[in-house]
Design a protein around this ligand. Structure first.
Ligand SMILES: CC(C)(COP(=O)(O)OP(=O)(O)OC[C@H]1O[C@@H](n2cnc3c(N)ncnc32)[C@H](O)[C@@H]1OP(=O)(O)O)[C@@H](O)C(=O)NCCC(=O)NCCS
Length: 154
């Protein structure tokens, strides 16, 4: 007998989508942000103010930005950035602490990879070297290491 893979089903719901409450979207993203530790981030190490966060979200900063939804409940979020000066698109994903290790991030990345293929773009994940979980996640998702970056802080 063939055992069918019994992965949980997720859906990807665009952030700030007609029919959904904008304030509640902003709040969910804020809660996700609050769970972020410095070692999990490259560019943002400090919490913004709620006003800055709201402005950021309302600016629609990403090419694609989704809530990862399971049973009608947002369990995390994932995005693809707009093309930068080097013609790169970056990908990011975060899952609420109490929802981790259930395969949500990996399914969300599968979806973003599919979407990137449809648009015809490559995806780059910039990962803090201390973020072992994320390194494992992206390696498992088929991403290959392309560079080590070193920063001189002033
Ligand atoms: C990294 C993160 C997104 C993983 O989300 P998740 O939904 O728990 O991940 P998944 O359940 O889909 O795990 C997929 C793979 O990622 C790796 N992984 C995830 N959590 C891990 C952990 N705690 N330790 C080691 N590997 C881990 C594993 O390879 C795992 O595959 P496996 O379960 O077959 O071993 C989540 O821990 C998170 O939100 N962290 C904070 C934000 C962040 O660091 N984002 C990444 C920056 S882009």
């Amino acid at each position: 007998m063939i055992k069918l893979e019994d992965r949980i089903q997720i859906s990807m719901r665009p952030v700030i989508h007609p029919g959904y409450n904008i304030d509640s979207d902003i709040e969910i993203l804020w809660q996700l942000l609050k769970e972020r530790r410095p070692s999990e981030s490259i560019s943002h190490t400090e919490m913004p103010t709620y006003e800055d966060h709201t402005r950021f979200v309302l600016n629609r900063p990403y090419l694609r930005w989704y809530f990862i939804v399971h049973n009608n409940e947002p369990v995390g979020a994932a995005y693809i950035t707009h093309e930068d000066a080097f013609k790169q698109h970056y990908v990011g994903v975060a899952v609420f602490k109490n929802q981790r290790r259930k395969g949500y991030a990996s399914m969300a990345i599968d979806y973003l990879k599919w979407e990137a293929e449809q648009i015809g773009i490559s995806l780059v994940a910039n990962i803090n070297p201390a973020n072992k979980k994320s390194i494992a996640l992206f390696k498992q998702a088929g991403f290959n290491i392309i560079q080590h970056s070193y920063k001189f802080n002033v």
